[in-house]
Design a protein around this ligand. Structure first.
Ligand code: NAD
Ligand code: LMR
Length: 389
């Protein structure tokens, strides 16, 4: 059941950084795509529970006052049953109060020659400030937070751990509802695979992509995509993996100083945001997707399946076969990882380690490289929060 006191309230989605390249495109997609969702929630017989009636609201927040006001005024003329409001500067409380979904594309993007890690100093401050505002104005027992800002590998730890500090909630509670978005990697993997195998039917293959969101921490599992293993050569797969891992660079170089991927990211973020909207409106009982989550929570298991995942990762790190309990200690592996999960209104229902256990030898080597790098990225975020006090 959705939270029973909220059944008749509109669903509020806050976009923080809404005047930027991703923020504006994402808000446009939400204004259009959430229209039918609002209509379905108001009218359809929902399978999961009594649906909520009324409109959906998008609260657009940015530090750039004129740009966010202009974008919101512009979007408000589109004829879908989704309300849009603009918020700037100190008005962040109005944007966040009552929001059940907060999507964060706030922060600086890369220019040619930069790594995502080069964005850390500026964007970690922005994300920590936003974490404080979310803790002050949102109810973390009912708000989901989706982070886009780079470097995702380090900034999700910043967001999670600052939220724990500022809200006084347990790491376990916060881990249920705060996720990093690595969806663009899966969108790219699917697109590039489809290009490489043009004789396939028009529907795009779904490729699980796990790990993190930067270079070799991005691990596409092409062997698990429908028929992919039989269809492409080992050399072609290596090229595909490299292209997914460095797809962001293609866009940064093409934009030549004008930023990084905005339109494809907005598409990827809008898809997952709409899935959360369906969930929160009672149109589906749960959602399945790959999200960057805190998989190792001090003193408590994140969700069913988390122990399997940690043991599988420990096995990969130790060079074992990855089956549960074979090698390494689960406690010693990374604390954050992008992995398929099932989410319900109360948080994570289960973690699915199976794709990692079914990965082939080539992919297990790529996972070992990923794990070797990801730990340092995570530590960087954790140290930043620890030093904030
Ligand atoms: P952009 O510069 O076009 O927009 C960023 C916006 O954030 C600006 O409007 C800016 O005013 C705003 N902003 C800055 N500080 C803020 C604050 N404290 N509160 C609210 N808003 C604030 O950048 P963009 O192209 O939209 O990219 C945004 C971020 O998303 C970058 O860090 C980029 O690297 C990242 N990104 C991530 C992925 C991913 O796959 N996760 C993909 C693409 C881009
Ligand atoms: C991407 O993958 O396109 C984003 O992370 C932006 C970037 O800096 O590459």
């Amino acid at each position: 059941m959705p939270h029973n006191t909220q059944e008749q309230e509109p669903l509020k989605v806050a976009v923080l950084g809404a005047a930027g390249g991703i923020g504006q495109s994402l808000s446009l997609l939400l204004k259009t795509w959430l229209g039918p969702v609002a209509a379905a929630a108001a009218g359809a017989a929902a399978p999961a529970a009594a649906p909520r009636t009324g409109v959906i609201k998008i609260a657009m927040y940015d530090v750039n006052r004129d740009a966010v006001r202009g974008a919101a005024a512009d979007l408000s003329h589109i004829d879908t049953p989704v309300a849009v409001s603009a918020h700037a500067g100190d008005d962040i409380g109005d944007a966040l109060r009552g929001a059940e979904l907060v999507v964060i594309p706030a922060g600086v993007p890369r220019r040619p020659g930069m790594t995502r890690d080069d964005l850390f100093a500026v964007n970690a401050r922005i994300v920590a400030t936003l974490a404080d505002a979310i803790a002050a104005h949102c109810d973390l027992s009912r708000t989901f937070v989706l982070l886009i800002s780079n470097p995702v590998n380090s900034l999700v730890p910043v967001l999670q751990e600052r939220l724990v500090h500022a809200s006084g909630r347990s790491p376990h509670d916060v881990a249920q509802r705060v996720f990093g978005l690595t969806q663009l990697d899966a969108v790219r993997a699917s697109t590039f695979l489809h290009e490489a195998v043009p004789q396939w039917t028009p529907e795009m293959p779904s490729v699980p992509v796990v790990g993190g969101h930067s270079g070799e921490t991005i691990v596409p599992l092409f062997s698990l995509a429908t028929r992919a293993a039989d269809t492409i050569t080992a050399e072609a797969r290596e090229r595909l993996v490299h292209r997914v891992q460095y797809g962001g660079d293609e866009v940064v170089e093409a934009k030549n100083g004008a930023g990084s991927a905005t339109l494809s990211m907005a598409y990827a973020a809008a898809r997952i945001t709409c899935k959360f909207a369906d969930l929160l409106l009672g149109l589906v009982p749960e959602l399945h997707d790959t999200l960057y989550v805190r998989v190792r929570v001090p003193g408590q298991l994140l969700a069913p399946g988390a122990q399997d995942l940690l043991e599988t990762l420990a096995g990969i790190t130790a060079g074992g076969n990855g089956a549960a309990g074979t090698a390494g200690t689960a406690a010693g592996t990374v604390a954050y990882f992008s992995v398929p999960i099932t989410v319900g209104t109360r948080g994570i229902v289960s973690v699915d380690a199976l794709p990692l256990q079914r990965a082939d030898e080539f992919e297990r080597k790529a996972l070992a490289v990923c794990l070797g790098q990801l730990g340092g990225n995570i530590k960087k975020g954790q140290n930043f929060v620890a030093n904030l006090g």
